[in-house]
Design a protein around this ligand. Structure first.
Ligand code: GLN
Length: 478
């Protein structure tokens, strides 16, 4: 019987008729049913998935060559629009909303032969690190159901972790692909800002948001990136830089690499001591193999979380002002006497606690008396970080870091303390602040039975070297 390992192996099986798109769709629909308790899927698009599978099987029967993602069963985070299907950002404010068009990434996936099997649970408007902020309730980590899957793309991570789809898409504004990948023991890639179109992605913080990929291996990650990347007339921030053939550029780079890590990151008091030891031992191993791994000073570490939360909440307060219950979404049934009250009721009822907190924080940092002290200052810090990062990449090929300060925590452990939750983003928000690509590689296991990842970052638009270096680094997995 066919058992999925990679897109390449699946395509071999399709070509020699040992499986079909239809039987794979049925298999995954059954798995989703069997693992319903994980609450990874909000909606299963069984009918459209079956229709697509039939067409894709007919094409094989007619002797047509396979499309690049032929029959690849894909899950999508509930922030990506898929025409004619519901999308809600896991929020009550978008109840009963159906996407009127498809996101560019979704259209590209479908054109490449992928089958979108359903939409996946996440934190409301992608705000969170544990998937506990969803109106549909939390997604459970399949390795330990008492632990969070990470967030905000928790459903996307668990769907791949638990074998409910072959690959999935998430979004990453400050770590929402890498941190859940780390917590679930899979691969999670955030591309460079501008590498992938954001058209049809429900915005959280537009100058940070990128669509990201969850997969079981690097080759699948590279192939999906190759399909979804590129310029888009509907998103002026999507770069016109040509898209390299990521999937065929994976041969291991045999050159010795120059890796940097931030001393302050590894020494940080919030880092789990066992993760620290694991990382340092791994760095030694790399050195023995002939690579250089150098600790560099990076005195900005404690500023990056505040900078991230000032800028993203400011952008969110503006982005989310469109959800007012007038044209679509939740509309309060309470009596109203004027327009302001109408908006207030709709938004008070429609948004959850965390989203409200961020809208208020964002409005505050943008308000007349505080704009310069917070927003302008944070923009300046962002620029500084960018300049410092460019200096680092003059001397080094890649930066290595933990993905998260600890392994997957238990439900409720941090949900009453937003500051503690925010501080967990210390290692991931950096890549979004400076717009560089970053991946979490499932390399380590903790003695508590949970996995944790190594985060790798390269300079902007250097996804090819990121993927090559990742292939190299995976060879030293214990
Ligand atoms: N955990 C971060 C936050 O809550 C990251 C979210 C994201 O990347 N969408 O903002």
């Amino acid at each position: 019987m066919f058992s999925y390992e990679s897109i390449a192996q699946y395509h071999t099986a399709l070509n020699n008729n040992s499986t079909s798109c239809k039987s794979e769709v049925e298999f995954y629909l059954k798995q989703i049913q069997l693992k319903q308790h994980l609450n990874a899927f909000i909606d299963v698009f069984a009918d459209t998935a079956r229709e697509q599978a039939q067409k894709l099987d007919d094409a094989i029967a007619a002797g047509q060559p396979l499309l690049p993602l032929h029959g690849v069963i894909t899950g999508i985070k509930d922030v990506l629009c898929y025409k004619g299907h519901p999308v809600s950002a896991a929020s009550q404010i978008l109840e009963n909303f159906t996407a009127p068009y498809s996101a560019t990434v979704i259209q590209k996936l479908i054109d490449a032969g992928a089958i979108v099997i359903g939409r996946l649970n996440c934190d409301e408007f992608a705000m969170g690190s544990s998937n506990e902020n969803s109106v549909y309730g939390p997604t459970l980590n399949d390795l330990d159901n008492s632990r969070v899957p990470g967030g905000s793309s928790g459903g996307s991570a668990v769907a791949v972790q638990a074998g409910l789809c072959m690959v999935s898409l998430g979004s990453d504004t400050g770590g929402s692909v890498r941190q859940p990948a780390d917590f679930c023991g899979i691969f999670g890639l955030k591309p460079s800002y501008g590498r992938v179109s954001r058209y049809g992605l429900i915005a959280y913080a537009s100058s940070f948001d990128q669509v990201g990929i969850f997969a079981k291996n690097i080759a699948d990650t590279a192939l999906v990136l190759e399909i979804i990347a590129g310029a888009d007339e509907f998103d002026s921030t999507a770069s016109v830089k040509p898209v390299p053939a990521y999937s065929t550029a994976l041969q291991t780079n045999t050159a010795f690499q120059k890796f940097a890590y931030f001393k302050d990151a590894v020494e940080h008091p919030s880092l789990d001591p066992e993760i620290k030891t694991g990382l340092l031992a791994y760095f030694d191993r790399l050195r023995k193999e002939g690579h250089t791994v150098t600790g560099v000073d990076f005195p900005y570490l404690d500023y990056i979380v505040p900078t991230y939360y000032i800028l993203t909440t400011a952008e969110a307060s503006s982005n989310l002002s469109r959800f007012d219950g007038v044209r679509y979404g939740h509309r309060s049934k309470r009596e109203i006497s004027d327009l302001a009250e109408f908006y207030a009721h709709n938004r008070s009822e429609g948004f959850g606690r965390e989203v409200k907190r961020r809208i208020m924080l964002g409005s505050f940092v943008l308000s007349a008396g505080y704009y310069d002290a917070y927003f302008t200052k944070a923009q300046q810090v962002r620029r500084q970080l960018f300049d410092q990062t460019q200096l680092i990449f003059k001397d080094f090929d890649a930066i290595l870091s933990p993905t998260a300060p600890g392994t997957a925590f238990r439900f409720g452990e941090k949900s009453n303390d937003p500051i503690e939750m925010y501080l967990g983003d210390i290692y991931t928000v950096f890549a979004n602040l400076v717009g560089i690509p970053a991946i979490s590689l499932p390399i380590f296991w903790h003695s508590n039975g949970m996995p944790y990842g190594l985060q790798v970052m390269t300079n902007r638009f250097e996804e090819v070297s990121l993927l090559q270096v990742s292939t190299l680094l995976m060879q030293f997995k214990n």
